[in-house]
Design a binder for this molecule. Sequence first.
Ligand code: NAD
Length: 531
Amino acid sequence: MNNNIINEIKFVNEPILSYEIGSPERLELEKELNRIKNNFIDIPVIIGGKEIRTGSKGTCILPHNKNKIIGEFHKAEKKEVKMAIEDALKAKEKWEMMPWQSRVAIFLRAAELAAGPWRAKINAATMLSQSKTYKQAEIDSACELIDFFRYNASNLPQIYAEQPISPSKVWNKTEYRPLEGFIYAVSPFNFTSIATNLPCAPAIMGNVVLWKPASVAVYTAYVVYEILKEAGLPDGVINFIPGNAGEISDIVLKNKYLSGIHFTGSTKVFQDMWTKVGNNITNYRTFPRLVGETGGKDFIIVHDSANIESASRGLINGAFEYQGQKCSAASRAYIAKSLWPNIKEIIVEKASKIKTGDIEEIDTFMGAVIDQKSFNTIKSYIDYAKKSDDAEIIFGGNYDDSYGYFIEPTIILAKDPHFKTMEEEIFGPVLTIYVYDDKEFAETLKSVDNTSNYALTGALFAKDRYAIDQAQKALVNAAGNFYINDRPTGAVVGQQPFGGARLSGTNDKAGSKINLMRWISPRVTKETLSN
Ligand code: NAD
């Protein structure tokens, strides 16, 4: 009998483990890294719980050792995509009728598995397939992923408890129905946690999902799928369909029962999907919900009152952790002229100490960028800066893809605040700096606001409270996540709900009630008790 009333599921952030040499977590992680490298796996498409091997395959490689193949994955083709839609819709009734406590229990169990017996597996997979250091993997594929599971679970009873008022003789009630149809979740390569949340947030609210992971991160996505299966997720609720994004999307986006898209990735791809949905709008059974968190051109401003040491640390960590491949990574900075000589000296020194290389070595700070395409794009921006009279490379600028896709941390000094690398998303370890006159703080804020069409994250380093207030006002629409005296990366679930506006996305704040609300459609019932 399921008649308990649960008002609160307590949430606390998962603690970050230290991985000191000789610690149990480090030994376990090393074991898993070796196991993955020595065991080639064959990853199927999974539809309605059935494993399907289509024979059309992609490979899973290590970006920092590009000839090392750790597995292959089968690509879903037209037939499998259609089958996935049918099986998802078949699973829908039973899933949405399941008591919510049971649904939540599955994801709370998944969190426990990821925190315990699967922690080393998911971290090792993230390190190898996405070239993350153990520190970056631990905060992503362990802590943030676990936090998403638990925080969504803790928000769910609060949403369901929100009820309308009922005057005398009337009883009003709201039911929070899942959407009619299925959700299409399309995930990026750079965060295992985000990739996991994209199918799981709609699923916890009672929806069925088709999940297309990024091809370069299928290996980790498959480990996530295994965790969900182990946690008891019923067949057909999340269908795993790696493959060619364009071909899969063409079928999915035309389907009458598409009820939502949950996307994280580049702006261009989201715009393309939105256009296709628009073109097909008269053919759907419902208006699909479009939720997308997309690109960024995230900034750091250093005011002349800033603490030089903390600003310099923010610039280096904000720009170069995970090779600058965080959507929130600092990629343009505006520094007050009076502080520049000191800051320049410190950041060049800090950058020169960054070790780029094999992510398995404990002192490596940066691994490789994700693939050849990304390497070529980043390289082209660096080459552009090298050739330009409007910029000077003050640190780095070298790259080498002979063994893996390695790019040195690169700092560009631009003479023009609208220099190409100040404006366009590069998604790599490249920071461009513009030095402004201390007296032109107000104009600089305007320039920060106007320079980019993105509005994801931004940071200000300053002690002067008037300057802080002035910046907060001037930049109100320039960032969905704004940081004062901290780097613009490292949002923590439940503490800094994440997302940006303008061309950075729909700002539905992953890992918050706002996001979960997008996957439900309330039905309100009025019952008159006196008739
Ligand atoms: P991407 O856009 O290349 O790929 C994202 C997903 O879209 C992948 O699964 C890919 O296969 C799929 N895709 C590609 N073409 C498609 C198409 N035509 N139709 C449908 N799906 C398609 O992005 P990426 O390289 O994986 O990730 C980097 C980008 O993601 C950056 O722009 C970054 O800023 C953004 N990002 C944003 C956030 C955020 O919260 N705002 C978080 C992480 C990443």
